[in-house]
Design a protein around this ligand. Sequence first.
Ligand code: G1P
Length: 278
Amino acid sequence: MKTIKKCLFPAAGYGTRFLPATKATPKEMLPILTKPLIQYGVEEAVEAGISTMAIITGRGKRAIEDHFDISYELEHQIKGGSKENLLTDIRSLITNCTFSYTRQVQMKGLGHAILTGETLIGDEAFAVILADDLCTNKKDNILQQMIKIYERYECSVVAIEEVPLDETSKYGIIAGELIDGSDNVYRVSDMVEKPEPKDAPTNMAIIGRYILTPDIFDILKTTQAGKGGEIQITDALLTQAKQGKVIAYKFEGKRFDCGSVDGFVEATNWFYEKRKEL
Ligand code: G1P
């Protein structure tokens, strides 16, 4: 059975909504409690059985590489002390995963960032996690749920949730037909990047989890700049959707938009309460 072995993390964006915090710190390194956003994403991928991480970085993002590497001075300093256990999770990721990096030299949009990862991914289907969409679920995490869908349909899969109609201009929006009698799997017929509410086909928004088949790379190479003058993954996916090859999956679980200050604070509060319960 085909399955997913690699996960791509576009992480080259400037994070302007979090200035000045993101002036010299990658937005992906902002912590929810004590863990940076990108580590939550990598842990989600690991739980889903993935150990090859491909990270698209840019200028000013070296802290991400340092995070997924051993810090010998620090290890030496805290060895045998009460704080040593704080590094257990990150150590296990470093031991069990491979991290590869490539730089997106020009900021030409999410589609362009994904295309930059072609050499790290090769000719196989792969997952994409946008770390600022922080997702959590009691049972299977969102990527695990999506991989099951991919294994059933063997085509690209996007995660969706319903958003208030006045927020459609923040997301890629899909239209599609319910299939298999379930209430959460749609065959996508249309998708539009960040439409105004009056132009939105539905209120079903793509959130930052994708499974993409590798033909997406060739499609991206000929995808013209779209919304905001950027190469949009939504536009490339529409080409696949027209061939009936995109599934939208209404996932189980909770998503925090940590790319916005409100969502970031909400996630912080939620994880803080959860930690107190432990
Ligand atoms: C990107 C995509 C958009 C998607 C969103 C999910 O937008 O372009 O289609 O809905 O991620 O978070 P961004 O949030 O990077 O502007």
